[in-house]
Write a protein that binds this ligand. Sequence first.
Ligand code: FAD
Length: 264
Amino acid sequence: MNRKPPLPTLPFAGEEEKKSMQGYTLTLKGTREVADGTRLFIFDKPEGYIFQAGQYVALTLPKLVAPDPKGPVRSFSIASSPFESEMHFAMRRGMSGFKQTFWQMQPGDTITITKAVGFFTVPKGDLRPVVFLVGGIGITPVRSILKQAAHEGSTRDFTLLYSNRFLKDAAFCEEIKPLPLPHFRCITVLSQSDEVCQPINDERGYICVPMITKYIDDIPGKLYYLVGSLPFVEAMEKMLIDLGVPKEQRYKDPFTGLRGVDQK
Ligand SMILES: Cc1cc2nc3c(=O)[nH]c(=O)nc-3n(C[C@H](O)[C@H](O)[C@H](O)COP(=O)(O)OP(=O)(O)OC[C@H]3O[C@@H](n4cnc5c(N)ncnc54)[C@H](O)[C@@H]3O)c2cc1C
């Protein structure tokens, strides 16, 4: 008799793997304005969700309130840290159907995310000082990395050059600056501001070679993390190449899809 074999029970996929293939559902707890036109979305972290500080996800909205030619899915860096019980995403307000939907979300609404991916992470075994060159909302994975480092009592040397048009655009600035990291410096770089420049850790214009040489000694001896719009990351990379920083010391996280002109 030709009996049918029982259906396989996916021996290759464990429970976690199965979940990550289906996606994880997150429920919105609340929101908070973190800069001009910039909102933080706070979700409960699903049980067993694992990620490394600096990674990103593909985020899907179940239903769009307005048409969007790009559809309901975008990449987003996780703005919270692995030690936290919440998951945070932050974004600038935009005109797309995707952003309009996000701005109308209410507590209790849900989204779906994939497992976290990406290599914009700080290696634990390599203790070289880290320099972050950040444009605008590119601060999200850096917030995750720095808060996690503070939580772990890291004594690593961190320098953040944080570029925005105006101070009002600089999300998380007041939260990041006082983090309990003994060797951490945050330099605000404002491209459009005509406010008086503070005597230390405050610059005007765009991140450039004189700024790097002013704040960073032994330039080729550090690890560099470049994040923001694609044009921003490309400009920073060119500058580092000209300064002789080898490829393996340059980590990049270009936020493709983000407007690049004003780093907003
Ligand atoms: C790995 C990764 C991580 C990311 N993390 C974040 C994050 O943490 N926060 C965040 O806000 N974004 C992040 N992004 C970008 C995000 O995925 C969206 O692409 C971005 O927020 C733009 O959203 P939107 O398409 O809804 O457009 P909107 O913000 O609504 O922009 C309006 C419109 O402008 C158009 N547009 C985009 N770029 C240009 C351009 N150069 N010139 C003219 N028009 C343009 C778009 O097509 C869009 O329709 C990340 C991207 C990647 C790849």
